[in-house]
Design a protein around this ligand. Structure first.
Ligand SMILES: [Fe+2]
Ligand SMILES: [Fe+2]
Length: 271
């Protein structure tokens, strides 16, 4: 089995009326943050795929070419699954959320139309450098299997985060292979990471007042909560700005390798 297997999964999709916005370990800040990620990747991941596919011909290393192809195929599966889950979130009815979501699409369409290959590949690497760390952190914590986590969303993210770890080196490797420009990479890490977090914070601002009115005060997310959330992820950003940052240095725990094996066994098909 290739270390970056492309799995097609058959997930049960939640209905809009079953979507509880406090779905992740019953923690509203974490839940909104990860819901924001689910929405974000629906437009980010097509951008990742298009950005790397358009430079694939410049890659002269055969192994890297195959890894990039597998990266793109894994990411394509991710956004297709998230699109199905996102409908349940959007149908719940949050005034302004679809408009913010549309603006996100316009951002990525604009990047592909106006930015060069190096900028786009740098953005891909900046994003992946962050997701690898949050994937390791979240899988190690066991939040997706927690009894107070929605099973359907939990399984979606467990699969997605595992595959992020499987393909953790690919964006870094293609960036180094084609450009290897450290200051530019660090700049793109900042641009990509602040882009996703601006979106996540906007989702919290849009969703929390609606849910607080709809349910109760436990859905309230204040400016202090949002600031604390940013403080919690900031060390992961900072780590990627180092000239010595290299995802090849990560040790993947045996428990995550075991999850990979279980997902392969549960997949509808694997290639
Ligand atoms: Fe992904
Ligand atoms: Fe990824």
């Amino acid at each position: 089995m290739h270390p970056i297997p492309v799995r097609k999964m058959a997930f049960e999709i939640p209905a809009a009326e079953d979507f509880d916005p406090k779905w992740l370990v019953n923690n509203i800040v974490l839940s909104y943050a990860v819901t924001g990620i689910s929405l974000y990747v629906a437009y980010l991941e097509p951008f990742l795929v298009k950005s790397l596919r358009r430079v694939l011909d410049q890659v002269t290393d055969e192994t890297l070419r195959e890894n990039v192809d597998r990266f793109c195929r894994q990411e394509a599966q991710h956004y297709m699954q998230h699109e199905r889950f996102n409908e349940a979130i959007l149908q719940r009815g949050y005034p302004g959320l679809r408009e913010r979501f549309d603006r996100l699409k316009a951002d990525f369409d604009g990047y592909l139309a106006t930015r060069g290959d190096k900028w786009c590949v740098g953005f891909v690497e900046g994003f992946e450098a962050y997701t690898t760390q949050s994937a390791l952190k979240s899988l190690n914590s066991g939040v997706f299997d927690h009894p107070r986590t929605d099973r359907q969303f939990g399984q979606l993210f467990k699969w997605h985060m595992t595959e992020e770890i499987e393909h953790r080196n690919v964006a870094f490797d293609i960036y180094q292979h084609l450009y290897g420009d450290y200051p530019f990479r660090a700049k793109m890490c900042w641009i990509a990471q602040t882009h996703i977090w601006r979106f996540i914070l906007d989702c919290m601002k849009i969703m929390s007042p609606v849910d607080t009115a709809r349910f109760d005060d436990s859905y309230r997310v204040t400016a202090v909560h949002r600031a604390l959330a940013v403080c919690a992820v900031a060390p992961m950003f900072v780590k990627t700005y180092s000239p010595w940052y290299d995802p090849h240095h990560y040790a993947v725990p045996e428990t995550i390798a075991q999850i990979s094996t279980e997902l392969t066994a549960a997949a509808e098909s694997v290639s």
